[in-house]
Design a protein around this ligand. Sequence first.
Ligand code: NAD
Ligand code: TYD
Length: 350
Amino acid sequence: MKILITGGAGFIGSHVVRLFVTKYPNYTIHNLDKLTYAGNLANLSDVENLPNYKFIKGDIVDAEFISDLFKNENYDAVIHLAAESHVDRSITNPLEFVMTNVIGTVNLLNAAKELFKKESSKFQKFYHVSTDEVYGALGETGMFTEDTSYDPHSPYSASKASSDHFVRAYHDTYSLPVVISNCSNNYGPNHFPEKLIPLCINNIKNNKPLPIYGKGENVRDWLYVIDHAVAIDAIFHNAKTGSTYNIGGHNEWTNINVIRLLCKIMDEKLNRQMGTSEKLITFVKDRAGHDLRYAIDSSKLQNDLGWVPSVTFEQGLNLTVDWYLNNEEWLNNVTSGNYANYYEAQYNKR
Ligand code: NAD
Ligand code: TYD
């Protein structure tokens, strides 16, 4: 198979690319990425020379470029991860999210549809990677299932919900063979340090404040990124056309408890006196429209495909902290220059 993976230089995409190029040496994997602030080819330096891997720099918003690419490469399948992914950025710049997440997805769908309808086409799957945030927010109880109605609250989740609707519309209207998965919050190596866990790892390391929005009572359902990549592999190969799968680790934590656990792990690893890092916790102004709680019911995935997470949160968080402490150069690179300026400006605004 010749597969186009979009957004493969980002956090989750790089783990998906690595899994596919190493596990399936007979597949050809093209990684299409614009290399925004979140895209980093260093994430894939260990596999970049493999013969079944090729990087293509490009923008999914450029319809002509995407159309030509599909015509020339005659792909068998697409795994689409490219997106603007940070909720806080979507609050300051919603249009960028509409462009990449909605228009970019529709450009890919159009190109896939044109390829699919050709008689000579081998095109068999458009796999759209999405988020549980499309379902909105839960109260104290309940879980999102695949049948939960969409109710997005942030510009990010609204743009992802819109892209999910377009993917289903192309299935229903043009019979395009599509699959969608909606996953909970990921954490792990290569996570850009603007998101809660890597931001706090970096700040603890540098003795900087740990900004907790509101009272830290919001709940997220955390999944180790490699478990997400393994689920994507299982769904890509086994899911029925037109189906949707929720992916999550049954691993709900309030933000404040995530950060307390992280502080404890880092005090141990940095040989600091227990309690040192917790002193850095700083409660800051809440995020606008901050969803209270996400929780995923992934029993369909477990029952149909036998997928279960491979690590507990404590194990995954230990592995993650080790990765950041052992990859100082990566962390220094992405926290210098434009990104550092952006973060400082945002932080000072709070
Ligand atoms: P990320 O921000 O780390 O990476 C996104 C990648 O897409 C980057 O490499 C970036 O350069 C690329 N990109 C952005 N705009 C592009 C464009 N116009 N054209 C081509 N490439 C472009 O994001 P992530 O956290 O790895 O998320 C990947 C996907 O998984 C997204 O679709 C996201 O909505 C979804 N998702 C993320 C999470 C999470 O917790 N991070 C959870 C569930 C679903
Ligand atoms: P984030 O990592 O941005 O993921 P998402 O918004 O997609 O869930 O945030 C995770 C949780 O942590 C969310 O409830 C917002 C909160 N948060 C903070 O309290 N402080 C921060 O500096 C950030 C980035 C997030």
